[in-house]
Design a protein around this ligand. Structure first.
Ligand SMILES: C[S@@+](CC[C@H](N)C(=O)[O-])C[C@H]1O[C@@H](n2cnc3c(N)ncnc32)[C@H](O)[C@@H]1O
Length: 272
């Protein structure tokens, strides 16, 4: 697919991000009840594995007015933003702002020369944009709005990189909606441009693992297996239904070719 590489994996381990200075939003209370806390981490979970950190790590946590943790600048988040930043070039469209890590990596270790960020939360814009703007040497425009609307609208601008990171969790069930955003974004790329999607390969891997389990189940047991999982993940099961239909009645001896089909299917699946 021109402009998007579904095999690009932003969870590839690196510690190069530790050498990039990153400005973080100041701790404090903000209008509307939002709160940024500073936390020193001595250990952290990175891609499901627990690590003891060689040096104490300065992290920010953003809490919403109900006191729920909304975002955090954990080592895992830094690794993923570094990996995406390294592949970023030119004028970058970003959805959304979050804690503002990605643009700093995209400028420092990528080739980003200008950012347009779409962010719906007034609180996030007020808390993060001043620090980010001061940290960047290149122009930054932070606009209120929704990235899907922005990508669907009449804006004639074309971007060298479009980085999307608006979903809160890495869940394979998000893929059809993310693919929809990707397809909108592909139409907005300048020649040679690239769409980057936070955690995409990780989510495809989660889907492959679910398919592996489904196809390891005897054919007659697959529908009951799906029904049993429908209560916990209805959207995940809906995404698996075409897999069950495609391999209906077939015992899968060698899972790898079957998983190739599953991967191709999920990269194309789009919400209707
Ligand atoms: C996980 S954070 C992004 C982290 C960011 N990449 C960083 O470097 O810190 C997700 C952000 O997307 C924003 N967001 C959620 N829905 C959105 C939408 N429809 N359009 C644009 N931004 C959105 C959230 O308000 C939040 O600020």
């Amino acid at each position: 697919m021109t402009g998007f590489d579904p095999d690009f994996d932003d969870t590839v381990w690196t510690d190069a991000w530790l050498h990039v200075p990153i400005a973080q939003a100041p701790p404090g209370r903000h209008p509307g009840g939002y709160r940024v806390e500073r936390r020193t981490l001595h250990q952290a979970k990175v891609f499901d594995r627990a690590y003891r950190l060689a040096r104490p790590f300065d992290c920010r946590l953003l809490f919403d007015p109900a006191g729920r943790l909304w975002m955090s600048s954990t080592p895992q988040e830094h690794i993923m933003m570094y990996n995406n930043g390294r592949c970023s070039q030119g004028h970058v469209l970003v959805g959304g702002l979050g804690l503002g890590l990605y643009p700093q990596y995209a400028e420092a270790v990528g080739g980003a020369t200008r950012f347009t960020v779409i962010e719906p939360s007034e609180a996030v814009r007020a808390i993060v944009a001043p620090t980010l703007s001061a940290a960047l040497a290149v122009p930054l425009a932070v606009q209120a709005g929704d990235i899907e609307t922005a990508l669907s609208g009449p804006d004639p601008a074309r971007y060298d990189t479009i980085f999307l990171d608006t979903w809160d969790t890495l869940d394979a069930a998000h893929l059809p909606y993310i693919n929809h955003l990707r397809d909108l974004a592909l139409r907005r790329l300048a020649p040679g441009g690239r769409v980057l999607l936070w955690g995409y390969r990780w989510m495809v891997r989660l889907f492959e693992e679910a398919c592996r389990q489904l196809l390891a189940t005897p054919p007659a047991q697959r529908r009951p297996w799906l029904r049993a999982h429908a209560k916990t993940s209805p959207q995940g099961v809906a995404l698996l239904m075409p897999v069950a239909a495609h391999f209906e009645g077939q015992a899968v001896e060698d899972p790898e070719p079957a998983l190739d089909w599953c991967r191709r299917y999920v990269v194309q699946a789009v919400i209707r």
